[in-house]
Design a protein around this ligand. Structure first.
Ligand SMILES: [Zn+2]
Ligand SMILES: [Zn+2]
Length: 251
């Protein structure tokens, strides 16, 4: 897999600091996708076709719904619904037909048909699950995030200044640490994959240790004897720990 590099947003994300630069980037592109899908600008024909076909996952429908452009969302949802209904009709006709054919001979159904019918029902179920999980925003974000993770690996490998910046960062959240390892496995030779792990694992360990200390300080603050002790950076240690563990910003 070949990825393009995109250094400026990656540098910006490192300058923002925080628990994970890839979370910063993901948050930024997610907001811009939600805005662009509901914005006044005319959607590219290719995008319109993809929205009709794919729709949005529950999480992104929620973000679009919360953005309060109900007409824009209703129009997109309506065309997507119509396209879905056509596919649903075809699929359900096929499955009803498969079942009906078997009903004509109960004995035949028992002897040889059950497996086919079960297979058709299971495929129908899988198809339904796939429909409600697929999402044009998720697809586009995945492509962007792969590219950003690749850019981080590329800069680490080629740019001394970046290497220093990375060394003073807090590593990544677990989700994005896994993403960097996936992209490293796809794009780097084996010895560089090992070097990458040797670089990031100490950062992760240090960051997890610091969060543990801060969270403990935060918990102790609830004891009335510690009421007057200043919290400092431990103040937002709970949302930062959740982000570190899951890649999710707490609003
Ligand atoms: Zn992250
Ligand atoms: Zn999505």
């Amino acid at each position: 897999m070949k990825y393009h590099i995109d250094t400026i947003p990656v540098w910006d994300a490192y300058h923002q600091e925080g628990e994970c630069p890839l979370c910063n980037l993901e948050n930024k592109i997610e907001k811009s996708y939600v805005e662009s899908f509901l914005g006044g600008s005319v959607m590219e024909p290719d995008t319109r076709i993809e929205v009709n076909k794919t729709g949005f996952c529950p999480h992104h429908f929620q973000l679009l719904y919360d953005a309060q452009n109900r007409l824009g969302l209703a129009l997109m949802t309506h065309t997507h619904l119509k396209e879905f209904m056509e596919k649903f009709q075809q699929r359900s006709n096929a499955i009803l037909k498969a079942n009906k054919g078997r009903d004509t001979s109960i004995l035949g159904n028992i002897i040889k048909g059950r497996k086919d019918v079960q297979q058709a029902i299971s495929e129908f179920e899988e198809w339904l699950i796939k429909q409600h999980h697929q999402c044009i925003i998720c697809n586009r974000m995945t492509n962007n995030m792969n590219r950003y993770a690749y850019t981080i690996l590329y800069l680490w490998d080629t740019d001394k200044e970046f290497k220093e910046t990375l060394k003073s960062s807090k590593g990544f959240c677990l989700k994005h640490l896994a993403l960097t390892i996936k992209i490293a496995r796809e794009t780097l030779p084996s010895h560089k994959q090992t070097l990458w792990l040797a670089e990031v694992i100490p950062l992760q360990t240090k960051s997890l240790h610091n969060l543990e200390q801060e969270l403990s300080q935060f918990i102790n603050k609830f004891d009335y004897r510690n009421q007057d002790k200043p919290l400092g950076s431990a103040k937002d240690s709970l949302p930062r720990t959740i982000q570190k563990l899951t890649g999710k910003f707490m609003d």
